[in-house]
Design a protein around this ligand. Structure first.
Ligand code: NAI
Length: 248
């Protein structure tokens, strides 16, 4: 990863921050992007000797995303990899009780955000004429249904559709696009779900064969691997990293 340049969205906390830190430790230059600018997180990493910057970016806003890529290239000279990770969850709601604003918010961040990020990352890679790798963040929600989760799971299925079709478009140009599908990971998002939906989460946890939550670093290491030459023949895959949940 030495001198490789990586963008990680949703990097203020959780899986995004863990992944940004993982890449930085491996010698990459990392742009930490988040709707809440992760300046403190970036400062702490700089103090620890890593080469990182922070960027304020709402992934559902096209101008912000274009500027995120520009700021990264201005700071580090190029782009090699991206982890399009920013995402939001909505409270469990059956489909007939969902309101339009919630649907739009979840789709805007989780699905449109991934498309916008890919668009400007791919434009930059094509401008450079270099190879690159993009990893999108889907979910076990991209692979199966769960009652009360139609819009979130719909958005995460969309991430896989965007990943597969885009992967086919750019495979011959050396741009590899894949996705990760995390199971239940110990992050602030899941802490909220455990606090607010404890019964539903207990039920979900019973169905996790490995019988524990994952640490965010267990996703970070897979994202890192997907960007590395070790995954050079992987195109358009959605890799389940879910303690066995979706193979039952
Ligand atoms: P989190 O809620 O702890 O962190 C998400 C980050 O994304 C936050 O820093 C937030 O400020 C940022 N963000 C939210 N909206 C944004 C926007 N419009 N633009 C830019 N940044 C924005 O969540 P967590 O758990 O780390 O999740 C990261 C990704 O992993 C999400 O896409 C989530 O859907 C996915 N995921 C998480 C799972 C889990 O168990 N934690 C399971 C499966 C998927």
């Amino acid at each position: 990863m030495k001198d490789k340049v990586v963008i990680v969205t949703g990097a203020q906390q959780g899986i995004g921050f863990a992944t940004a830190k993982y890449f930085a430790k491996e010698g990459a230059k990392v742009a930490l992007a988040d709707i809440n600018e992760p300046s403190q997180q970036a400062q702490d990493l700089v103090k620890a000797g890593y080469d990182v910057i922070s960027i304020k970016c709402d992934v559902s806003n096209e101008n912000d995303v274009e500027s995120m890529v520009e700021q990264t290239v201005n700071a580090f000279g190029k782009l090699d990899f991206a982890f399009n990770n920013a995402g939001i969850q909505n409270p469990m709601t059956n489909t007939d009780e969902l309101d339009e604003d919630t649907y739009n918010d979840v789709m805007d961040v989780n699905a449109k955000g991934v498309w916008l990020c890919m668009k400007y990352e791919i434009l930059q890679l094509k401008k450079q004429g270099t190879e690159g790798a993009i990893v999108n963040c889907s979910s076990l929600g991209g692979l199966v249904g769960v009652p009360g989760r139609s819009v979130y799971h719909g958005s995460k299925h969309a991430v896989l559709g965007l990943t597969k079709s885009s992967a086919l478009e750019y495979a011959s140009e050396g741009i590899r696009i894949n996705a990760v599908c995390p199971g239940i990971i110990k992050t602030p998002m899941v802490e909220n779900m455990l606090a607010q939906e404890s019964d539903a989460m207990d039920e979900l946890m019973k169905q996790v064969p490995i019988k524990r939550l994952a640490e965010p670093e267990e996703i970070a290491s897979v994202v890192h691997w997907l960007c590395s030459p070790a995954a050079s023949f992987l195109i358009g895959q959605g890799i389940a990293v879910d303690g066995g949940y979706t193979v039952q």
